[in-house]
Design a protein around this ligand. Structure first.
Ligand code: LR7
Ligand code: MN
Length: 538
């Protein structure tokens, strides 16, 4: 009896083990029966790794690769990546005290982060087709630049270790840490015992913008890679970005930024159909790729053009970064530099892309865990040097950017603001529809007469339904009022210095005889009879 029971238990155990193996095998086996012709090609990634035949077609319903990345294929023992660095001592050196709020210092759950330790396996979130792409075997190496202010040791170390573990070693020239005056200098210093890691400490708090510039200036590789200090890079994250920059040094590229939960540190795949955008309050937002572009995308591994980048994680050629004027180093602490750089890249001859085959996780937070020593409002200072740079580089105007790079950006309706148009103390006024002239300004504020109120809504100069129009396209022609029509070329005006220029004829509004009638004449700079000063009626 006892023997029968023992046998039954043994059989059940074997069945259970076999069942488990079968289940795991199912999960990994190719789900499509047709193997692509490229299935046996070698991946060109410099370390001669062979692709397992059939591996390429592995996918799940969400079309990502269920492969879990943990062991670096090039490191025989993971320990050797860190050299003399004692990671246990480093992490143990700073620990959450019992009873302390785990969110207090970093605005994420420090307890969870510490529990994960210095490395972990994460899901490969790329589209399965990414794994079959080839990259040049002679890609140039890069300097990784990570600035931080009071980052948690566990997140910082995981960032560095993920880079060392998931990048071909030949591509990592160095990892430059810029300690932006954190309270404990050892956070950074100790890490410089890791091979390739260098540590620079600011003598005072500079903010991320000047810190990155400092890092870039000491970088020895020809390509710069910027990372936030709480990231985990995913499989083959670097090759696609370096490849694109190698092919065209004016490209500035970024990965898809996956989400690391600030509560439980789960690694979550971000959507691959997003690009960077903004609204007029200059808040960065992820937005859907415009539908026409989406329809035109037959290949999910293709680069996505983006009007702006999130700012923290990108790869850029070092000489291109320098040529474009690096960053505006008058910008303090945090924020805005991603817009400033994005506009400059586009307007001055480069482009911005998101590469779907490159994935990097980032801990998104809800608040800043650090202070802004001088407040976080932007004080506007002298930008003369940046304007000179813009002229020197022959950059296109912002209007070009709006029309060509970000035509989807909705420009808010220009509000109708009423103004008087002054010339030498007199006001431009209408007398009926046919005659215009200068007259004494009458009334103030709300009681200005209708005949002296103008709405300047480019290209129209309006008074209710009537608009200022030229009667003919020749110098000396009278101007008059007629029913507004934005398509009518005779009604189109634009400011030119203090003058008002008719857009099509190029002539300027002129009050040759102060009592009227008004005409258009050849524009002459600084001529009193062509000078109009709008003054908003409040
Ligand atoms: O004074 C400071 N000194 C620093 O070195 C303040 C911050 N920092 C460091 C900080 O430790 C971190 O490594 O700068 C980095 C960015 O600061 P975070 O992580 O507090 O800010 P964030 O993740 O909200 O930042 C996003 O927007 C910033 C605007 O200035 C920067 O461009 C960040 O790099 C950017 N991060 C990303 O793009 C990652 C994806 C997030 C999104 C969207
Ligand atoms: Mn960040």
């Amino acid at each position: 009896m006892r023997r029968i029971r023992a046998n039954a238990i043994a059989i059940l155990t074997v069945a259970w083990i076999l069942g488990t193996f079968y289940y795991l095998w199912q999960d990994n086996k190719p789900q499509s029966s047709s193997l692509s012709s490229s299935a046996s090609q070698t991946r060109g990634r410099g370390h001669g790794q062979k692709v397992v035949p059939g591996r390429l077609e592995i996918h799940r319903d969400d079309r990502t690769i269920p492969l879990i990345v943990s062991q670096p294929p090039w490191a025989e023992q993971p320990g050797q990546l860190l050299g003399a660095f004692d990671e246990k001592a480093y992490l143990a050196g700073k620990q959450l005290k019992p009873g302390d709020d785990p969110y207090r210092d970093h605005a994420f759950n420090l307890q969870e982060s510490d529990r994960l330790g210095s490395e972990r396996a994460i899901r490969d979130t790329r589209h399965y087709r990414c794994a079959s792409l080839n990259y040049d075997t002679d890609l140039p190496s890069t300097s990784i630049i990570i600035t931080f202010h009071n980052e948690a040791r566990s997140t910082l170390l995981r960032t560095i270790k993920s880079v060392l573990m998931r990048s071909p070693p030949s591509l990592i020239q160095e990892i430059i840490l810029i300690d932006d005056f954190s309270s404990d200098p050892e956070d950074c210093q100790l890490l410089s015992q890791i091979p390739k890691v260098r540590c620079l400490r600011n003598a005072r708090r500079e903010g991320l913008i000047r810190s990155r510039v400092r890092g870039a200036n000491t970088a020895s590789a020809s390509i710069l890679t910027f990372l936030d200090s709480h990231c985990e890079v995913n499989a083959d994250w670097l090759q696609p970005m370096i490849q694109r920059v190698k092919e065209d040094h004016t490209r500035v590229v970024s990965p898809i930024i996956d989400v690391i939960s600030l509560d439980n540190f789960a690694y979550l795949a971000a959507s691959a159909d997003l690009r960077g955008g903004f609204d007029w309050s200059l808040h960065f937002k992820w937005e859907q790729i415009p539908i026409e572009q989406k329809m035109a995308r037959s290949d999910p591994t293709q680069a996505i053009r983006t009007p702006v980048i999130a700012g923290g994680i990108f790869v850029m050629d070092k000489s291109w970064f320098n040529h474009l004027g690096q960053y505006d180093t008058h910008m303090d602490i945090w924020g805005g530099e991603n817009f400033e750089l994005s506009f400059r890249v586009w307007m001055c001859g480069g482009s911005l892309e998101i590469l779907p085959c490159s994935r990097v996780g980032h801990v998104f937070r809800k608040r800043h865990p650090y202070d802004f020593p001088e407040g976080n409002a932007l004080t506007y200072i002298n930008i003369a040097d940046r304007l000179t740079l813009r002229r020197k580089l022959n950059c296109k105007p912002f209007r070009w950017y709006m029309e060509n790079v970000y035509p989807e950006l909705r420009v808010p309706e220009q509000e109708a603001v009423s103004s008087v148009l002054k010339q030498g103390g007199l006001c431009l006024e209408t007398r009926g529809t046919d005659t215009l002239g200068l007259a004494e300004c009458r009334g103030i504020g709300a009681i200005r007469p209708q005949s002296q109120r103008w709405e300047l809504i480019e290209p129209l100069l309006r008074q209710q339904d009537l608009c200022l129009a030229i009667s003919a396209f020749t110098a000396g022609s009278k101007v008059k009022m007629e029913t507004c029509n934005t398509k009518e070329p005779r009604q189109k005006w634009k400011p030119k210095g203090t003058a008002l220029q008719h857009m099509v004829s190029g002539l300027c509004l002129d009050s040759q005889t102060p009592t009227g009638p008004l005409v258009v004449t050849q524009c002459r700079p600084q001529v009193a009879s062509q000078s109009w000063e709008p003054q908003i009626i409040t």
